[in-house]
Write a protein that binds this ligand. Structure first.
Ligand SMILES: NC(=O)c1ccc[n+]([C@@H]2O[C@H](COP(=O)([O-])OP(=O)(O)OC[C@H]3O[C@@H](n4cnc5c(N)ncnc54)[C@H](OP(=O)(O)O)[C@@H]3O)[C@@H](O)[C@H]2O)c1
Length: 328
């Protein structure tokens, strides 16, 4: 394939996901030819995008036949990975965040593609959970490879702060953990994030960098989220406070039983994930000041959570709220 055409080809994984699909839309808008790899690619939304090809592939396979794959997928300018474990189960985390990304990296090297853009997460800076450890293990491999890389570590997505819209609309109270002031984030829309990710393709300053990124500031706490949501819903603010240590308490209680059951071990991991998000901010950690820093967390884009809440509240179909979790 001649170099000019190759320059326009991008291999994308995770295109069926929340951010991955938006990245696909942005790539098409910019005139790239996109080659999606992974599962569930028969999704109708793809058929509407021009210049998009699909290749069904078990990315988690331990013995992916890269030579056969090379015959079917063209050389490319870059690989973009927007993969993510759907629920954060222990085995799935390692399969997706590590093995699937490692397979993609091996393939990128095989076809001599020299750019790899990884969608990671800001929370890996304080890794305690399985999925964070698996993400970090792959980040390490990527940095040690001979490829140009950009590791994008976003703060919270809008969908992760949408879990309580339905409750508020139904007249219920907004649940916060502890005081509701102990954590903060700079939420980013998937549209803004997709632009940021695609900018990594062509912006020199974004090469071989780890890029923490948030949406427009300032950082907001769960109590701020509640205030915005009730204001947009034109309802009186009602808050319920729950102690975050309950998650830990239940997880400690489950610990001895986890030896006998993977299902219980996964359930315990969900409790640990919930405790993590209830107690850690999604901002850059300033190790000199020993605290999360609004100031140190870079901002990108224009979309505001206020408008997202307003838009979502107007929807009549509550299944269409784009919710990630019911907890936050
Ligand atoms: N939620 C947040 O606030 C947040 C914040 C910062 C960073 N992140 C990170 O951002 C990344 C993308 O998040 P997202 O919300 O866009 O993810 P998502 O909607 O859950 O999509 C995940 C993608 O990975 C694919 N995938 C999952 N398991 C797979 C498997 N076993 N085999 C093949 N493909 C598989 C999914 O394919 P299927 O459609 O086939 O399942 C989908 O395309 C994740 O790594 C996440 O950790 C999230």
């Amino acid at each position: 394939m001649d170099k000019l055409k190759e320059h326009k080809v991008i291999i994308l994984s995770g295109a069926t996901g929340y951010v991955g699909f938006q990245v696909l839309v942005e790539l098409v808008k910019r005139g790239y030819k996109v080659f999606c790899v992974g599962r569930n690619l028969e999704d109708k939304r793809f058929l509407q995008q021009s210049g998009v090809n699909f290749f069904d592939l078990d990315l988690t396979s331990g013995n992916l036949k890269l030579d056969e794959l090379k015959k079917k997928i063209p050389n490319a300018f870059a690989v973009i990975s927007c993969l993510g474990s759907r629920k954060g189960e222990i085995k799935d985390s390692w399969n997706i965040e590590y093995t699937a990304n490692k397979n993609l990296l091996n393939f990128a090297q095989k076809i001599k593609c020299n750019k790899f853009i990884l969608l990671s997460a800001i929370c890996v800076q304080k890794p305690r959970l399985c999925f964070q450890k698996a993400k970090l293990a792959f980040e390490k491999e990527l940095k040690a490879s001979n490829l140009e890389y950009s590791i994008v570590r976003p703060t919270a997505y809008f969908k992760s702060l949408a879990g309580q819209i339905k409750n508020v609309k139904d007249g219920k109270s907004f649940v916060v953990f502890d005081s509701g002031l102990n954590t903060a984030c700079k939420p980013i829309s998937r549209e803004d994030l997709a632009v940021f990710i695609c900018n990594c393709l062509t912006t020199q300053e974004m090469q071989c960098k780890v890029l923490p990124i948030g949406g427009p500031g300032p950082a907001i706490t769960p109590l701020d989220q509640a205030r915005i949501l009730f204001e947009k819903a034109q309802l009186p603010t009602r808050i319920t406070k729950i102690p975050s240590f309950l998650f830990l308490l239940f997880s400690y209680f489950l610990t001895p039983f986890c030896i006998f059951s993977n299902k219980l071990a996964d359930y315990r991991e969900f409790l640990r994930i919930a405790h993590y998000y209830a107690t850690e901010s999604m901002l850059v950690w300033n190790s000199e000041e020993n605290k999360y820093s609004d100031r140190d967390t870079p901002e990108f884009g224009q979309d505001l959570l206020d408008n997202f809440y307003e838009h979502t509240l107007r929807k009549t179909d509550k299944n269409d709220y784009g919710v990630d979790t019911k907890l936050f």
